[in-house]
Design a binder for this molecule. Structure first.
Ligand code: ZN
Length: 146
């Protein structure tokens, strides 16, 4: 199980290697994605809270990257954070996600990206429920449910 210490180590040292890499040009991503999906996943956008289709959905399933299909989260580790964004306590596996320091907006945060295609997913915070204490705060638009 990943903890905040692991997340910090990834941002300072090195992220886990993905199983494979998916790389496309900006034009290729534009063809594959809606305008909203493109601006969030490829331009680090954020959807309005409570707007996403997965905010209040708890049906069983796997949440994957909308860009490349990489499996990211399982419905069993989804929880209601009250923030208006889908929230999870762990990735589906350690190397599914990469962690990057984000000092935009005058705050020190940790951005999360798909480790296969660098799609922007959201941020991870150290205020989640036990036992991991992690809250992965993810845009619905970054996800597709299988
Ligand atoms: Zn991806």
């Amino acid at each position: 199980m990943l903890t905040w210490k692991d997340v910090m180590d990834f941002t300072v040292n090195k992220n886990p290697s993905p199983d494979k890499r998916i790389e496309k040009t900006e034009e290729q991503w534009k063809e594959l994605l809606t305008a909203t999906q493109f601006s969030i996943t490829r331009k680090a956008g954020t959807e309005m809270p409570h707007s996403g289709e997965f905010c209040t959905s708890y049906e069983p399933g796997i949440y994957s990257c909308i860009c490349c299909g990489n499996d990211l989260f399982d419905s069993t580790i989804k929880f209601d954070s009250g923030t208006g964004w889908p929230s999870f306590t762990q990735p589906i596996k350690i190397n599914a996600i990469k962690y990057l320091k984000d000092n935009s907006l005058g705050r020190s945060r940790v951005e999360i990206q798909c480790n296969q295609c660098d799609s922007h997913l959201g941020h991870v915070f150290p205020d989640g429920p036990e036992p991991s204490g992690l809250r992965y705060c993810v845009n619905s638009e970054s996800l597709i449910k299988k």
